[in-house]
Design a binder for this molecule. Structure first.
Ligand SMILES: Nc1ncnc2c1ncn2[C@@H]1O[C@H](COP(=O)(O)OP(=O)(O)O)[C@@H](O)[C@H]1O
Ligand SMILES: C=C(OP(=O)(O)O)C(=O)O
Ligand SMILES: [K+]
Ligand SMILES: [Mg+2]
Length: 566
């Protein structure tokens, strides 16, 4: 295989530019839906454009004998948009009652979901098992490569189940009782069960009680044994198992609740369950320090071969912000969990915290997810607000690896539309950012811990720079563990990165990383034959063409080659 660059063959130019349009909608009267959180003057129910994906391919690599596996949806997206224009930002969807059937999960996979998240705060283990198995089944049968993330409950203080009601409205001035008593259903009127036994002792008269980070607020007015009487000061909708925090003199109270373990006994059972179901990621809620991450990682290492589960630290508490660098270094990735973070630090500090975490993760080569309320109004409405579109575009401009849907996909009325918005906004902003060459070069510190890693890092930094300077069509990386692919992704090159790995689980985990198109392919130590095979397999599927300019890297050989596809 030629190693020299043949300058007579120019790289192909970008094919079709993906269509993008969020409908502009004129002001119309409010629909009669009950309003949940963000009051808005005007709302319209214009529908979104149909997904810009083609049909999934029937030969999506589902068969055991397939020589190369690529996610059927990515393949369709690549053929539709041309591979230089494939989406770089990855999409995580929380699965809940609105999205747990086989058809709903398939619709999300077709819509571009890269990772399905199950939140162990809600639902039974049996429910989660069904969802995880259904995702796996779809991957096998339809050629998707959706990864599964399990998110732990953690020892947060939260309300009970509202006695089976879907929600309850708290009005201004009403007196509600928050109690640690166990009640029989139905609950007495205006009574909320609290899961933390120390609650009634820890709160004081005058404290402010925040539900779901301040969506509803109460003032503590009286304590009577296990019952705490509170007056509603900011009305709103109470949802089952909503998070509770309490504030005193303008500061979050961290009394004995700060001593609660990050991983509770129930979380350990959930983690055992996640390991036995073979989830790809475990996201740890309310991380306080790196120790708990190290503890979990060694637990996983002792229980699964090849360390096949990545640990994601959720940055959502004051402690996690204090110990940020150590936590991120210990983890395999991080989540900017803005929901609870906004209950622990002033809201106006959340955007700078987000930017800091996203930047640090990139510098330390860890994937980062921006989560919570990106399209919150789409829980109820079929179109996002302009502000929400701007929020998604900010995360994309910061070049986060992934953005996440929570309630929008778990229990909203428009899960697929919300995903379409994430996809369209990501594609459009990424393209704009590339065209305008807006992305500021980031100082990437050396992170290698061995000389060999240092070589890989230098190769990747150089390859990404060369790829941009030469305007190549794609970077190819043959990677055993995924590490070299992650180093390339970290450089955020202009062209997409095709990552070839022989491991199905590495391939699924690479799904979370910015700009990577993971393929499963068995390859040898002979790069020439690897490349010949890869080129002919990809050409046969119409994914590359003769003349495309490619830079190919290998982590076993630590090699770098520039060539045109023959
Ligand atoms: N497995 C589930 N079963 C029932 N409801 C769920 C499930 N997962 C999520 N939900 C609903 O979706 C909402 C948003 O999900 P998420 O953001 O993950 O949880 P939370 O609001 O507790 O942080 C939850 O408040 C809950 O109402
Ligand atoms: C993602 C978050 O965590 P959870 O949804 O589990 O509360 C968050 O708090 O933003
Ligand atoms: K959680
Ligand atoms: Mg949270």
């Amino acid at each position: 295989m030629a190693q020299a660059l043949r300058l007579l063959c120019p790289p192909t130019t970008n094919p079709a530019i993906p269509k993008f349009s969020l409908p502009a909608h004129p002001g119309r009267p409010l629909p009669s839906l009950p309003r949940r959180r963000c009051p808005r003057a005007l709302r319209a129910s214009a529908s979104l454009p149909p997904p810009d994906l083609g049909l999934i391919s029937s030969d999506g690599g589902a068969g055991a004998g397939a020589a190369i596996d690529v996610d059927a949806v990515t393949e369709a997206e690549m053929k539709e948009n041309g591979f230089r224009s494939t989406r770089r930002t990855k999409l995580v969807c929380t699965i809940g009652p609105a999205t747990c059937s086989a058809e709903q999960l398939e619709a999300l996979a077709v819509g571009g979901m890269n990772v399905a998240r199950v939140n162990m705060c809600h639902g039974s283990r049996e429910w989660h098992r069904q969802v995880i198995r259904q995702v796996r089944r779809l991957n096998e049968e339809k050629g998707f490569a959706v990864a599964v993330m399990m998110d732990t409950e953690g020892s947060e203080i939260h309300m009970g189940d509202l006695g089976g009601a879907a929600s309850a409205k708290a009005e201004d001035g009403e007196i509600w009782t928050f109690s640690v008593r166990a009640f029989n259903s139905p609950l007495p009127e205006r009574t909320i069960n609290v899961n933390y036994d120390g609650f009634a002792e820890d709160v004081k008269v005058g404290d402010e009680l925040l539900v779901d980070g301040g969506m509803v607020r109460f003032e503590v007015i009286e304590k009577i044994g296990p019952d705490v009487k509170c007056r509603c000061s900011d009305p709103g909708l109470l949802l089952p198992r909503a998070n509770l925090s309490f504030w005193r003199n303008g500061r979050l109270v961290q009394e004995r609740n700060a001593m609660l373990p990050t991983i509770s006994s129930k979380d350990w059972l959930d983690i055992d369950f996640g390991i036995s179901e073979g989830v790809d990621f475990i996201a740890v809620s309310f991380v306080k320090s790196a120790e708990v991450i190290n503890h979990l990682k060694s637990y996983i290492a002792a229980r699964c071969r090849d360390n096949e589960i990545a640990v994601i630290a959720k940055i959502e508490s004051i402690d996690s912000l204090k110990n940020l660098e150590d936590i991120i270094l210990a983890s395999d990735g991080a989540m900017v969990a803005r929901g609870d973070m906004g209950a622990q630090i002033p809201l106006e500090e959340v955007p700078s915290a987000q930017q800091k975490i996203v930047k640090l993760c990139r510098q330390l080569n860890k994937p980062v997810i921006v989560a919570s309320q990106l399209l919150e109004s789409m829980i109820e409405y079929p179109t996002p607000t302009r502000a929400e579109v701007a929020d998604v575009s900010e995360a994309v401009k910061q070049r986060a690896d992934a953005v996440m849907l929570s309630g929008e996909s778990a229990m909203g009325q428009y899960p697929e539309k919300a995903l379409t918005v994430l996809r369209s906004v990501s594609l459009r902003i990424e393209r704009w950012w590339r065209e305008e060459k807006h992305h500021e070069a980031m100082e990437l510190p050396d992170i290698a811990s061995s000389f060999s890693d240092k070589i890989s890092e230098e190769i990747c930094n150089s390859a990404a720079k060369m790829a941009n300077n030469l305007g190549v069509d794609a970077l190819f990386v043959f990677t055993t563990t995924g590490h070299m692919a992650s180093l390339l992704s970290r450089c955020r090159p202009d062209c997409p990165v095709f990552a070839f790995t022989s491991s199905t689980s590495v391939r699924r985990r690479l799904n979370l990383l910015w700009g990577l198109i993971p393929f499963r392919l068995s390859f040898s130590g002979d790069m020439e034959s690897n490349l010949n095979r890869t080129f002919s397999l990809l050409k046969a599927r119409g994914m590359i063409q003769s003349g495309d300019l490619v830079i190919a890297l290998s982590d076993t050989l630590q090699s770098i080659q520039v060539m045109n596809v023959p």
